[in-house]
Design a protein around this ligand. Structure first.
Ligand code: ADP
Length: 485
């Protein structure tokens, strides 16, 4: 039994047109706690027909929602923000139960998730247009911005709350209506957000949530239905490409936040203690399961051994355990496949000559718990160099020159986040400019905030979320040319 103050936040139905609905087929699926394998809830599994009804409801609700003034929408979003914060403890408990991250991290995510609702409630009022000096006498040229229309949001399990608010808050603020498909591992956080949206006065049909065990029929409808004008997706590059192809037939606008392969570069002039603290936060947060987690740690030869020793000391202090129990720093991995991928990456590296400095195995706690791991002697032919491990494994690469570090850092099809540590101001500017990434942390291991644009280049995605730029993805520009004046 979960320790919730308000059990009505634990919902187990789809949320369509302001109502909680069963699946037409009666199908349900189990949501389990990755820390102990126990079933938390049986949730209704939505299919294609329910998705179509949700899209229809969102289309019906669109005229009324977009006709509200920005200030009216902002007031409702503000209420949602306040309710999320007021219920932060319960939302965090639900999140840790279904996702596994330590309770303190879940609380952090709820506050971070809420920050997008607050931010875009404020931004709603600042969607300005333009007046362009006319190109001919007797004309006026005016640019207005309009909501795109019905938005589909498909979100991952690693941030079950914030990936929804980061998409839906700007969409709703802009005057769009939304249909959300949360990840199958973590629907409860999404449904709790829907309950609070209802309480905040978000009208029926404006915010719909479709939990499901099979993403394909729901995803197919969301990407093919012509009423949906925009898809915003966060997840793997492979699925992102598939969804982009499906969106092509109806020429939907798309935003994608996809995989990363973040380099974390430690130069010989870095403050090594700061670099270790940054690497710990960037690497081991959420058990290494974020798309901006340091995936490749590149260390200059002269400080390689010192950095590795300090990192190992810090890793030794990490407490691994169930997120709901006491003070833990690292929860379980999301599921067995995630553990198998981590094991595959470590085995491949070791077979090709890497050394395990610490960890390397499943944790004694069993299940999907894994030891925080450091590997040394990494070379570019290893899987850890090419693929996102998405687990608590820090592979340490060695480099000699700045030029080599930049070349290694850019040697990937991904381009989401990169980090580097240096106290040389010239190097900071040079390396920032040379890195082919959407986000660069310079002497910082944690870069996510609602005030700054989050997003990648190359195969890491399209579009930006958060900040003043985050609204643009949900707006269309309309140009009015008024003649005969
Ligand atoms: P991850 O590796 O993080 O699980 P995925 O890309 O598999 O990333 O999942 C991210 C989201 O995409 C989840 O909500 C998942 O259900 C959804 N998803 C996966 N496959 C499809 C698909 N074929 N159509 C629509 N959504 C999908």
């Amino acid at each position: 039994m979960l320790d919730l103050a308000d059990f009505t936040l634990l919902r187990n139905h789809g949320h369509v047109d302001g109502k909680w609905i069963h699946a037409d087929s009666g199908a349900v699926f189990a949501v389990t706690n990755p820390a102990n394998g126990q079933i938390i809830a049986q949730v209704a599994s939505m299919g294609q027909a329910e998705t179509r009804r949700a899209i229809d409801a969102a289309a019906r609700a669109l005229p009324g929602w977009r006709a509200k003034t920005a200030k009216e929408r902002a007031a409702i979003l503000r209420k949602w923000f306040e309710l999320i914060l007021a219920n932060a403890d319960d939302l965090a408990t639900l999140m840790t139960a279904e996702q596994g991250k330590p309770l303190a991290e879940s609380k952090g995510e709820v506050v971070y998730g809420a920050s997008f609702v607050e931010w875009f409630a404020e931004e709603a009022k600042r969607v300005y247009g333009d007046v362009i000096p006319e190109n001919a006498l007797g004309r006026r040229i005016v640019v207005t911005k309009e909501p795109i229309g019905v938005v589909a949001a498909i979100t991952p399990w690693n941030f079950p709350n914030a990936m929804i608010t980061r998409k839906c808050a700007p969409a709703l603020a802009a005057g769009c209506t939304v249909v959300v498909k949360p990840a199958e591992d973590t629907p409860l956080s999404a449904l709790a957000l829907a309950e609070l949206a209802k309480r905040a006065g978000i009208p029926a049909g404006v915010f719909n949530v479709l939990p499901c065990t099979d993403p394909v029929p729901v995803g197919d409808e969301l990407t093919r239905n012509p009423l949906v004008r925009k898809l915003s997706f966060t997840g793997s590059t492979e699925v992102g490409k598939h969804l982009m192809r499906q969106c092509a037939d109806t020429m939907k606008k798309v935003s994608f936040e996809l995989g990363g392969n973040a380099p974390f570069i430690v130069f010989d002039d870095a403050d090594l203690d700061a670099a270790v603290a940054g690497a710990m936060a960037s690497k081991y947060r959420n058990t290494g399961q974020t798309c901006v987690c340091a995936n490749r740690i590149l260390v200059q030869s002269s400080v390689y051994d010192a950095f590795a020793a300090k990192l190992a000391q810090a890793v030794a202090k990490l407490v691994v355990g169930p997120g709901l129990l006491g003070e833990t720093h690292q929860g379980p991995l999301i599921n067995e496949q995630a553990v198998e991928k981590v094991e595959r990456h470590i085995a491949d590296a070791v077979a090709k000559g890497a050394k395990v400095l610490t960890g390397g195995k499943r944790h004694d706690l069993g299940g999907t718990f894994f030891q925080p791991t450091i590997l040394t002697g990494i070379t570019p032919d290893m899987l850890v160099a090419r693929e996102e491990t998405f687990g608590p494994v820090a592979p340490l690469f060695r480099f000699d020159s700045e030029e080599q570090a930049v070349r290694m850092a850019n040697d990937t099809e991904f381009g989401l986040a990169a980090y580097f540590y240096s106290r040389d101001i010239g190097r900071c500017w040079r390396v920032s400019a040379a890195l082919e990434y959407g986000i660069v942390g310079i002497n910082e291991g944690i870069i996510s905030t609602e005030v700054a644009p989050f997003g990648g280049v190359k195969e890491s995605g399209i579009g930006r979320e958060g900040s003043k730029y985050g609204m643009d993805d949900f707006l269309e520009i309309k140009y009015l040319c008024m003649g005969g004046l």
